[in-house]
Design a protein around this ligand. Structure first.
Ligand code: GDP
Ligand code: CA
Length: 338
């Protein structure tokens, strides 16, 4: 059996893993008859929050619904066939946040999750339970069972929030569309958090570890910050290959560039890879895929000890994403450069 571990955020991570599964299942049915691939997805839980008394885990749910066939394809997040009657009732009481509505079907997931957490289950156990229904075809693992929530330090007053205060990442992202300058990202709860045993084991026992084109700061960056994760990536015998979320100097969808700006990293495919760093120098990457428009990054990356190649990186559909996966896996199967 081949084991693949993926460190993923929400929408970008989910689309990538869908392509990965497509690629692996196609390989398994070729005459060469590869054995089945077991995919473990380590999900960012830094976007998690309490809302109306319920524990909401945006990236875990985007992964679970996308891979389980329950996603709203138009939005890229939330349930298909969704209605919003409960949120309208909550607003009628003057409660909730008008910038973050939860659909009726989605609410059921949060109710079940919160109930199980309150009965003492860990988030890992709850996620496994929810996935029994959705059958995502991967083992979905929260990065930690401890709450680690990404907050944004404001550098100016906005609405009821004074400059210098912290707001939840989702408020900065969804309510303010990342248009308010972020002084820094703070992971509240990180001091006492740990990666789960399952996460460490997934990395250590993998044949290959993949960093999909998820947000390098608030998705992959958050997972890497959890105590235990970087150390496991340093120790694993598996090669680590990443795919650039930046194409031609801009984030493809989403607002990764605003996040990179806040941590002082230029929004280029080359700079994101150098920010992750080469594994031989204590970073996390052995290899990095850039888009064909960023082919000039390949030589400097090779020089920095990160094997690189340029291929189309637009996840326009599942087969195109599967081709990207094939290119990423090929990159770490090549003999090391002499
Ligand atoms: P989120 O948690 O929902 O924000 O999703 P992720 O962190 O997993 O992924 C978001 C990132 O995916 C965005 O910031 C984009 O840079 C990247 N992305 C989205 N679509 C594509 C695509 O088609 N190709 C590439 N290379 N990156 C993409
Ligand atoms: Ca996210």
């Amino acid at each position: 059996m081949t084991a693949i571990a993926v460190l993923a955020g929400g929408v970008g991570g989910a689309r990538f893993v869908r392509g990965l599964l497509h690629h692996e299942r196609a390989q398994e049915t070729t005459p060469a008859g590869r054995t089945r691939t077991h995919v473990r997805v380590i999900a960012n839980t830094g976007d998690d929050m309490w809302l109306n008394g319920l524990r909401v885990c945006p990236d875990l749910d985007t992964l679970m619904y996308t891979l389980g066939g329950g996603i709203s394809e138009d939005q890229g997040w939330g349930r298909n066939g969704e209605t919003r009657r409960t949120s309208a009732e909550i607003s009628a009481y003057g409660r909730g946040w008008d910038w973050f509505t939860l659909g009726d079907l989605d609410l059921a997931t949060h109710v079940v999750r919160t109930d199980l957490l309150r009965q003492g289950s860990t988030l890992t156990e709850v996620t496994e339970f929810l996935c029994r229904r959705w059958q995502p075809g991967v083992e979905l693992l929260p990065m930690s069972d401890d709450a680690v929530e990404t907050h944004v330090r404001l550098t100016q007053d906005i609405d009821e929030h004074p400059a210098g205060s912290l707001i939840h990442f989702e408020e900065w992202w969804v309510r303010y569309r990342a248009a308010v300058p972020a002084g820094e990202f703070v992971q509240v709860g990180l001091d006492t958090a740990q990666a789960t045993e399952q996460v460490i084991e997934a990395i250590l026992s993998a044949d290959v570890v993949v960093l999909p084109p998820s947000n390098p700061v608030v998705s992959v960056g958050t997972i890497l910050a959890v105590p235990g994760v970087r150390e496991a990536l340093g120790r694993t015998l598996a090669p680590v290959v990443g795919i650039s979320p930046i194409i031609g100097g801009a984030a493809v969808h989403g607002m990764a560039d605003q996040c990179l700006e806040a941590i002082g990293v230029p929004s280029t495919a080359l700079d994101v890879a150098l920010h992750y760093g080469a594994r031989r120098d204590g970073g996390v990457l052995d290899a990095w895929l850039v888009d064909t428009t960023d082919a000039s990054a390949v030589a400097p990356l090779d020089e920095a000890g990160i094997r690189a190649a340029a291929v189309p990186l637009w996840m326009t559909d599942v087969p195109a994403t599967a081709d990207m996966v094939a290119a990423a896996l090929d990159l770490v199967r090549l003999p090391a450069p002499s």
